[in-house]
Design a protein around this ligand. Structure first.
Ligand code: HEC
Ligand code: HEC
Length: 508
């Protein structure tokens, strides 16, 4: 194992030296904690049409079922439907969408379901569309998505045929509504998060696998493959809700393996398509949806980070670039941008390393999900239709995390895979991180340019001890999967060195 690591890293460093031999900075860090990492190799991807993918993403029917549009448009009931979608603002539209989608919030798609009903439901941008300085950015993680109320709103209302007749719905509309309510009743309770911004995608994936038959993909409201999530010592975890922070799509084109722990290998579209499987009931339907994902994947790979919109101190950023080359580039790669006007995107390097848990030291829950807590699901996935497209390999060669590409990193607070750290300044100073904190507000224009992140308040009481109305704004790092430990690679920097590195990160 050790020999293999050294060899792979050695090849990587040699490649760096050849590729960027003109810049001393890039080769200045011959050894460091990156030596413990293993490079994950590139694999072929099916080519698609990015333009068509964007169109499908924003107008298409890949989610396959939804709430009848007639209810969303109903003045008396629309509010309830909205609440089920997480109260997304009806003002948040993006230009260029088609038909009914033109005036829907950007995170909803209206379409005709396969059985002929006009329906509306959340698209990928509910999690992968965020805001910075008030602008909607497609592909940026949504840091304010609210999953603190159960998905689908109040699913306790009995949907008898009498009630549905009263609403004047057609048969296909009724069938869609029943399906959505039924799935939400299963998904909702286990995906209710503690804090606004916490994302339940990992939990969704777990439940989707537990309730779908692996061979036929038929859905069952009962568990088909029950799992009892276990901790490190093999004891059941009482509350296995795991949080995640949706990563920006502009990393995907650099990454040979997807997900924070690098477990998704091969062509990438399988795991993305799994995210749509909530309404899928058969392999045939899964295949139809998969056909759209060749293009959606091409779009995801075409997304690039926005440019920093505020001012940058170029001299300070230059000092930061040298520090970055010595302390960070071995893991996070090298970049073009303001400090390196001579480089183009093609000159950038990204080592695609997986860093073992004991070296990175951040919360282990996500890295160990497929190896310790619920390995049954890796088996489910790899033996399913989706596993024929993308393989799930959470322990190859060991559980760990990939150092993400840092393009546009200034826009993507909070940080780490679990969103446990509110600013980059704190990513670079592990001892100063607050154990319990909350954002001052959820306004995307209220941004801390010095610390690079969201202004926050440190609290001296736990989330459980906070007044109820305050609780959903509080991030408490004492819960399972929410630790803010690790990544101590900036701790030895002085405050002024840290300032310089931060200034440099604004240029990526
Ligand atoms: C419920 C929220 C949610 C929805 C809906 C969702 N995602 Fe994600 N997505 C996430 C989270 C959270 C992660 C990070 C998971 C991890 O890495 O462990 C993620 C990871 C990804 C990644 C990997 C990125 C990387 O850097 O490794 C891609 C690509 C992606 N999603 C695409 C999609 C597409 C396409 C859709 C729509 C079909 C979609 N997602 C729907 C929350 C969501
Ligand atoms: C040994 C490899 C390694 C080194 C060295 C390293 N990092 Fe990281 N970094 C990582 C890994 C792995 C993660 C992801 C950790 C996680 O999410 O749990 C990460 C995460 C980050 C993040 C947060 C990314 C996000 O979206 O949440 C930032 C910012 C960052 N690193 C900056 C730096 C800077 C600046 C340096 C140099 C001072 C540095 N790192 C040095 C491996 C490294």
């Amino acid at each position: 194992m050790v020999a293999k690591r050294t060899r792979v890293v050695g090849i990587f460093l040699a490649a760096l030296a050849v590729g960027c031999g003109d810049s001393a900075e890039d080769t200045a860090a011959p050894s460091g904690p990156w030596d413990e990492g293993v490079a994950l190799g590139a694999e072929p991807q099916v080519a698609g049409d990015a333009e068509r993918g964007r169109h499908i993403l924003l107008n298409g029917d890949y989610m396959t079922c939804g709430v009848p549009l007639a209810l969303y448009d109903n003045p008396a009931l629309g509010g309830m439907v909205d609440a089920g979608f997480g109260n997304v603002s009806r003002e948040d539209v993006i230009p260029g969408r088609e038909g009914r989608n033109a005036d829907l919030p950007y995170s909803l798609n209206a379409f005709t379901s396969p059985d002929g009903a006009e329906v509306v439901t959340t698209n990928c941008l509910g999690c992968h569309g965020g805001k910075f300085d008030g602008d909607i950015i497609i592909g940026m993680g949504n840091a304010t998505a609210d999953f603190t109320t159960p998905l689908g709103g109040d699913t306790s209302v009995p949907l008898t045929d009498d009630v549905l007749d009263l609403l004047g719905l057609t048969e296909p509309e009724k069938a869609n509504l029943k399906k959505v309510f039924g799935r939400a009743a299963v998904l909702g309770p286990q995906t209710k998060m503690r804090t606004i911004g916490m994302n339940p995608a990992e939990m969704f994936a777990v439940i989707l696998m537990v309730h779908h038959d692996r061979e036929t993909l038929a859905w069952s409201d009962d568990e088909v493959t029950p799992v009892v999530p276990k901790d490190h010592d093999g004891n059941p975890i009482a509350d296995p809700r795991m949080t995640s922070d949706p990563p920006p799509w502009w990393r995907a084109h650099k990454k040979n393996a997807l997900f924070y722990n690098g477990m998704a290998r091969g062509d990438h579209r399988g795991t993305m398509a799994l995210a749509t499987s909530v309404c899928v009931d058969s392999v045939d339907r899964a295949r139809e949806v998969d056909a759209m994902f060749t293009d959606i994947q091409a779009f995801v790979s075409s997304v690039r980070a926005p440019e920093y919109t505020r001012s940058v101190d170029a001299a300070l950023a230059g000092e930061g670039a040298a520090l970055f080359a010595d302390n960070c580039a071995g893991c996070h790669g090298t970049y073009a941008g303001m400090v390196h006007p001579d480089r183009s995107e093609a000159d950038e390097t990204y080592p695609n390393l997986l860093i073992p848990l004991d070296v990175i030291g951040t919360d282990p829950a996500v890295a160990e999900a497929g190896t310790v807590h619920s390995p049954e699901l890796v088996e489910w996935y790899n033996g399913s239709f989706y596993g024929e497209i993308t393989r799930m390999e959470p322990s190859d060669p060991f559980p760990g995390y990939m150092p993400p590409p840092l393009d546009g990193i200034w826009a993507t607070a909070p940080f780490f895979h679990n969103g446990s750290v509110p600013t980059i300044e704190l990513v670079l100073n592990s001892k100063a991180r607050p154990a319990v904190w909350k954002r001052v507000d959820l306004d995307s224009t209220n941004f801390d340019e010095d610390a690079l992140g969201w202004p926050y308040e440190e609290l001296d009481y736990s989330q459980a001890d906070a007044p109820e109305e305050e609780q959903k704004f509080i991030y408490d790092t004492s819960y399972w999967s929410q630790s803010n430990a690790g990544h101590t690679f900036g701790d030895h920097l002085s405050d002024s060195e840290r300032r310089a590195v931060i200034e440099y990160l604004k240029t990526l």
